[in-house]
Design a protein around this ligand. Structure first.
Ligand SMILES: Nc1ncnc2c1ncn2[C@@H]1O[C@H](COP(=O)(O)OP(=O)(O)O)[C@@H](O)[C@H]1O
Ligand SMILES: O=C(O)[C@@H](O)C(=O)COP(=O)(O)O
Length: 428
């Protein structure tokens, strides 16, 4: 088979966010692989894809580190021959108070000699919309959505132009909704006007998928696009229009058989509902107690004893906000998180040795820990299970595994069952 040259090179600031973006690209008909960090050259040879997403863990890293890792990823993607580049951040614009999004976007712009880039975190399918430069989560402004209390990236300003301007050296502008509603030509006109005023980065409004398609079309010739996963929705059509992307189902993956496990270290509201629904259904569950881990009890061994290859087990540290606060007050948030992540990582690695082949993981940080403990290097992206969450298969690191990485906020209440049913699906 002829080897594909990638068209789109993406840099994502976290693992589940990378998977979310890859899912959008696959739905747009682009065969997509996600790499765990910047890959080594030996993996490059097996990366046959229309789009490559390099997953970094740079969202909460110090600014200089986020910039240097993003530039390293860019150089690697340029070396693969990508024609356009996408910087993916969270649909809630998660950035530290020092602000990684502006500096990374500006560094990528400088490296690509791109004097203008759009910035649009909107993802209406997940309830994130941007209007007049203000970001909403469902019906609430970002700063009143709960995100203002996020432990690592508290989002207290919903005015994204002001926020991005505070993070950036260059002038930030706005492509407001009336221009977006006017279609791709109106957006291009607005971009030309902003450029003539010296604006180099502009927040773009979007309240619907149609708006995102318009913005994507307007960015057909842009060397760099930045945004949430939704902003990538319109990009595959550009490649198809230019004749570089054939019509194909990009989501086909063969079936991987073998025992399954669900690992949840996510503390978010959606995951709490999913864990509760699983347990309410009388399904097998093993609770990881961070305080027991801190006391040095053999929690990992107990979990491994409890897990039954015949019946899928949920291993979870997921707890309500009050319980997490109580644990964090005792252990410190970072230590508590590290203990849980390490335990879930160890359990995953041991289960793989015991023959488990299918892993459903909940939580961004948790996914990072599990993927690293399993030594995964790259994932081929399959069909969507729920918005933002596709099935993936590992490759380039031993026998392939079926892996589902669920961002904390994503998925319906029956997500774990749905994901397991999906992995059982017909052989492609
Ligand atoms: N019961 C708990 N007490 C304290 N920390 C926890 C608990 N359960 C999970 N954690 C930690 O909270 C963090 C959750 O982050 P993440 O995995 O990104 O999911 P989410 O962002 O959906 O909450 C992880 O570091 C995890 O180890
Ligand atoms: O854009 C989004 O909302 C997601 O892709 C994402 O990045 C979520 O991050 P986590 O909640 O940390 O998984």
């Amino acid at each position: 088979m002829e080897k594909l040259r990638p068209l789109l090179g993406c840099i994502a600031d976290d693992f589940t966010g990378a998977t979310d973006l890859a899912n959008i690209l696959v739905r747009g008909g682009m065969r997509t692989v996600q790499t765990i960090g910047v890959p080594s050259e030996d993996l490059a040879a097996s990366l046959d894809a229309d789009a490559i997403v390099v997953a970094l863990k740079s969202r909460t890293a110090p600014v200089e580190q986020a910039v240097s890792e993003s530039l390293q990823a860019l150089r690697w993607l340029q070396g693969r021959g990508c024609r356009q580049f996408f910087f993916k951040y969270c649909s809630t614009f998660d950035s530290t108070s020092a602000g990684n999004i502006g500096p990374v976007a500006e560094a990528l712009q400088a490296a690509l000699a791109a004097d203008f880039a759009i910035a649009c975190p909107a993802f209406p399918a997940a309830g994130r919309t941007a209007y007049m430069g203000h970001l909403f989560v469902q019906q609430r402004l970002l700063s009143e959505s709960g995100m203002e209390r996020h432990p690592l990236t508290p989002m207290r300003d919903p005015d994204l132009v002001r926020l991005l301007q505070a993070q950036s050296r260059s002038k930030v502008g706005l492509i407001a909704h009336p221009d977006v509603a006017g279609g791709a030509a109106a957006v291009r006109e607005r971009i030309a006007a902003l450029r003539s005023q010296g604006v180099r980065l502009a927040i773009a409004d979007a309240i619907s998928d149609a708006d995102l398609i318009t913005l994507g079309e307007a960015c057909a010739d842009a060397p760099l696009v930045t945004g949430g996963s939704g902003m990538a929705q319109g990009l595959p059509a550009n490649f198809r229009r230019s004749g570089t992307l054939p019509d194909a189902d990009a989501s086909l993956l063969p079936r991987i058989a073998g025992p399954a496990v669900v690992l949840s270290g996510s503390a978010s509201v959606a995951t709490n509902g999913q864990v509760a629904a699983w347990l309410r259904g009388g399904r097998r569950g093993f609770r990881i107690e961070p305080l027991a881990l801190a006391r040095g009890e053999s929690v990992v061994a107990a979990a491994l004893d409890f897990i039954d290859a015949g019946e899928t087990t949920l291993v979870y540290a997921t707890s309500g906000a009050d319980e997490v606060r109580r644990v964090q007050a005792e252990l410190g948030a970072a230590h508590a998180g590290a203990l849980v992540e390490q335990a879930l990582g160890q359990i995953a690695a041991r289960l793989r040795e015991r023959g488990t082949r299918r892993f459903v993981v909940a939580g961004g940080e948790t996914s990072g820990a599990v993927v690293q403990a399993l030594g995964l290097r790259a994932l081929r992206i399959g069909a969507q299970i729920d918005p933002g969450v596709p099935e993936t298969h590992s490759f380039g690191a031993g026998e392939p595994l079926a892996v589902v990485l669920k961002s904390g906020n994503f998925g319906t209440e029956d997500f774990f069952d749905k994901a397991l049913r999906h992995l059982e699906g017909p052989v492609a």
